[in-house]
Every structure is written in structure tokens, then in C-alpha cells.
Design a protein around this ligand. Structure first.
Ligand code: SF4
Length: 366
């Protein structure tokens, strides 16, 4: 509606009357949409693309996880072959997207920093030797789980000029971390964050989840106070989503849904913390089955916005995705979207890498 030249008042009226959105949330939406439009001004929609690489291993599996993620300890012997397969997929993309502009690169998962430093180095060295990074506006690597982070790994990322990393506490309450099986302690989060600053990272995101089992407003308040002390560059505030594929469903059956508590108040506590850190909201999305029926909001300091995060939600740019369980999305000039996915199973992905490449060839055939 902004692009159509509609006024804020018209948009507000439409959101309130047709979608029953509260005034507060509609205004937040308008504010974010304007910021997004500004941030995406230089993105190459037609002649460009973004690249995603999925590393589907984690130290342990979190209770609420619905991503493609396998415990690294059981897969150590397959990781080298996995990196080889990703590099093979990379070869196809580098060759076939040579005349396109690469805007953003995101290595996620899973937890990419479960790779050993040499494996991380091999993966990123290949990536940087095959693609033209002179146009890349943002290069993110998720170092999400603090129990996977070491100085050596951070140094590899920094040496390869990774511009943005994520160190994700989710909560600063140790008891909750124990319940959700996220074996990264609060202490480890603090150490990893400090290490990342020491190594030189100046764009660190932190993810939080509101509505985690047993947490009340006072817990969120304490978490936010600790986050404000640390002063990351961006903060992504999620509302707990109860996914069918997660172990959380089972947990709810055993412990009761009344243990999950997310309110307008907790959302406001998080928003106030972000504001204290000089951050502005810059992307927002909703998922099905979110605790409290709220939304996820990304906040960042000016200049530290995560472009890839907006692109993946807005679905206006082609995103080529490599790795097990990843989904490639081709956006056509008329806005039509077609997708192809890679198999989730690590062994199958390695074995069938040529078929994964074939799927991409079909998707991108003229
Ligand atoms: S760190 Fe993320 S991807 Fe890994 S198990 Fe936890 S929620 Fe899943």
C-alpha cells in the first residue's frame, strides 16, 4: 500500500477495518515497512540473488526445534563428506549464476560453528574463491549455540570477513535452558559474546524467545536487563512457536500448556530493552501456533540491520539454498515463486548430491 502511494491513515484504517489489527500493531507494521523499503533500496531483485548454506548439526537438540538439525557427536565422521557435497553444489551455482549479482550470503542451520575450525575454513575458503564477494552487502554466519563457539572458530570467521554473527541466548535463565535442553549455559553465552567482541566482531545479533516453559514477566525482565548490559547490535525477539515436529509438543502433554506464558507485557519488556539499546524494529513476521498469538520482531541499531532476514520474509528475491533440508526459492519478475528442496537426511544428501543439483537445474531452466 505504501508503494501504491497510500497514506499512513489509509493503511491504518485498512488494517483495523479489514484485518482487525490493533492500532498499535498496525502502526508498528507501517513503521517497519517503511524501514524495510529503505533498507532494500539497493537490492537487485531481477538481476541478483542471495545465497544460503545450511549446516544441519547442533551440539544437542533443543526442545522446541523444528529445523533440520542432528546432534554433531553422532555425525562427526560424515561432516567432511557433507562439506564436500556442499562445495559441489556451490560449484553448480557459481557457474550458473556468474552473470547475476550476489547481494547477501547467510550460513545457518543447525549451528555452523559445530564444524571444526579447519572445516569452517575449508567451506568458506571455497565459497569465497567461487563467488564474487565484491557485491555482497552482508555475510552472516550463525554462531547460535554458545557451546559450539571457540576463539579459533571466531578467528576463522573474522579472517574471512564475515560481517555479522549471531550468538543466541534465547533466555538468560539457566533453569529454562536446562528444561529446553539447550546445553549452552548462561556463562558460556557471556564468554562467547565477550570472545566475539575481542576477536573484532562489530555486528553481533542475539536471539531471544518469549513464552519459554515456566518463564514469567520477571524472568523476561531479568533476561532483558542482562542483554542491555551486553549491548549487542541487534536483537531478534521470537514468540515461542509450538511446531508439530518438535519435542515441545510431547513436553506440553506431560507438563501442561499452562507452563507457557507469553503476554503483551513480555513483548513490551523486550521492545523497551531494544529501545534502550538504540534499536529500531526492522522486520516482523508471524508463524502458526505461536505462544500468546504474538509475532517475531527483529530490532537493530542503525547500520546493523540484517538484510537477509528481511529478504527471506518478503519473498521478493531469489534465494539459492545449499545443504541438507534447505529450500531454494526462485522469484520470477512477475512475483511468481517456485521452489525446490534438498533432502533432509545427511547421508542421502551426500549420496544424492547430483540429484540435488539436477533439481536446481530444472528450477532455473529458462
Ligand atoms: S540450536 Fe537451533 S537448530 Fe539447533 S537444535 Fe536448537 S533450535 Fe534447533
Amino acid at each position: 500500500m505504501l508503494d501504491e502511494g497510500r497514506s499512513d491513515a489509509e493503511i491504518l484504517d485498512f488494517m483495523e477495518q479489514s484485518h482487525y489489527v490493533s492500532k498499535e500493531k498496525a502502526l508498528l507494521g507501517i513503521d517497519i515497512a517503511k524501514r524495510e523499503r529503505d533498507l532494500l533500496r539497493d537490492i537487485h531483485y531481477e538481476g541478483g540473488y542471495s545465497l544460503y548454506i545450511g549446516i544441519p548439526f547442533c551440539p544437542t537438540t533443543c526442545l522446541y526445534c523444528s529445523f533440520t538439525s542432528y546432534p554433531i557427536a553422532a555425525f562427526r565422521r560424515q561432516v567432511d563428506a557433507y562439506v564436500d557435497a556442499v562445495i559441489k553444489e556451490m560449484d553448480y551455482v557459481a557457474e550458473n549464476f556468474r552473470d547475476k549479482v550476489l547481494d547477501t550470503v547467510y550460513i545457518g542451520g543447525g549451528t555452523p560453528t559445530t564444524l571444526e575450525p579447519e572445516q569452517l575454513d575449508r567451506l568458506i575458503t571455497a565459497l569465497k574463491s567461487k563467488f564474487d564477494f565484491s557485491t555482497v552487502k552482508e555475510f552472516t554466519v550463525e554462531a547460535g549455540r554458545a557451546d559450539s563457539i571457540t576463539r579459533e572458530k571466531l578467528e576463522v570467521l573474522y579472517r574471512h570477513q564475515v560481517s555479522r554473527i549471531s550468538v543466541n541466548p534465547q533466555t538468560m535463565k539457566q533453569e529454562t535452558l536446562d528444561i529446553i535442553g539447550r546445553k549452552a549455559s548462561v556463562e558460556q553465552v557471556l564468554t562467547a559474546y565477550q570472545l566475539a567482541r575481542e576477536v573484532g566482531f562489530d555486528n553481533i545479533n542475539m536471539d531471544l524467545i518469549l513464552g519459554l516453559p515456566g518463564e514469567l514477566e520477571a524472568d523476561v525482565q531479568r533476561t532483558i536487563e542482562k542483554i542491555v548490559e551486553l549491548a549487542p547490535d541487534s536483537l531478534t525477539v521470537h514468540s515461542l512457536a509450538i511446531k508439530r515436529a518438535s519435542r515441545l509438543n510431547q513436553w506440553i502433554q506431560e507438563n501442561g500448556v499452562s507452563m507457557l506464558h507469553n503476554t503483551d507485557e513480555t513483548m513490551k519488556i523486550a521492545a523497551a530493552g531494544a529501545e534502550k539499546l538504540g534499536m529500531k524494529p526492522y522486520y516482523l513476521y508471524r508463524q502458526k501456533n505461536m505462544s500468546g498469538n504474538f509475532e517475531n520482531t527483529g530490532y537493530a541499531r542503525p547500520g546493523k540491520y540484517g538484510l537477509y532476514n528481511i529478504l527471506i520474509m518478503e519473498e521478493k528475491q531469489t534465494i539459492v539454498a545449499l545443504g541438507a533440508g534447505s529450500i531454494t526459492k526462485r522469484v520470477f519478475p512477475d512475483g511468481r515463486i517456485e521452489r525446490c528442496d534438498n533432502v533432509k537426511d545427511v547421508g542421502l544428501y551426500i549420496e544424492k548430491i547430483d540429484e540435488m543439483i539436477e533439481r536446481k537445474k530444472e528450477l532455473f531452466a529458462e
